[in-house]
Design a protein around this ligand. Structure first.
Ligand code: HEM
Length: 148
């Protein structure tokens, strides 16, 4: 449908098109949405961990203190999930620019999805099960053994 609005001097043409709902469209939208999420998560992470906090102070004790709070663990899990999914989907886009065999790209996509899910679950368990008290005790034991 084409609708012409306005006078002869200023015309606006509006066309309605039927967009197919397919996985590529959602993958495209995901890259932009996760890009916005990463602007907050990844840039926030860089600023907090490496600018506001001195990099020299980025010790096991610092992580133990930070991960004592479930808010920080949740932040890091979101960062993990969005960065892995965004990076792997981006890698898939790049590979599809060079590999044109549909069967090969299908298997690459399956591999990347499986790799991403395993990585997020594995690292997520690492963040969730991190024992702040044990980390503090280990750091203290190390400090004492070094006579500091
Ligand atoms: C501030 C953080 C980030 C923002 C705002 C951002 C934004 C974006 C956007 C909008 C795209 C789509 C570009 C397009 O299709 O034209 C993209 C692509 C991509 N991003 Fe990110 N990104 C960020 C962080 C990251 C990180 C941390 C990684 C790696 C883990 C990454 C890896 C990629 C890759 C591989 C592509 C595909 C490039 C291509 O299609 O040629 N990005 N990014």
């Amino acid at each position: 449908m084409t609708t012409v609005i306005g006078t002869a001097k200023r015309k606006v043409t509006i066309r309605q098109v039927q967009i197919q709902a397919n996985s590529e469209r959602y993958a495209y939208l995901f890259m932009r949405m996760s890009g916005v999420a990463l602007l907050v998560l990844a840039v926030g992470h860089m600023l907090i961990q490496h600018v506001l906090n001195s990099s020299g102070n980025l010790t096991l004790l610092f992580v133990a203190d930070q991960w004592n709070s479930w808010g920080w663990r949740a932040y890091d899990m979101f960062l993990l999930a969005f960065a892995v999914a965004h990076g792997l989907n981006g890698l898939r886009n790049v590979l599809e620019d060079y590999i044109h065999n549909p069967n090969t790209t299908k298997w690459i996509s399956r591999f990347l999805v499986a790799f991403g899910i395993i990585t997020i679950i594995w690292a997520g368990i690492g963040i969730a099960s991190f024992d702040s008290e044990a980390a503090r005790a280990a750091q203290e034991a190390l400090r004492q053994s070094l006579g500091q």
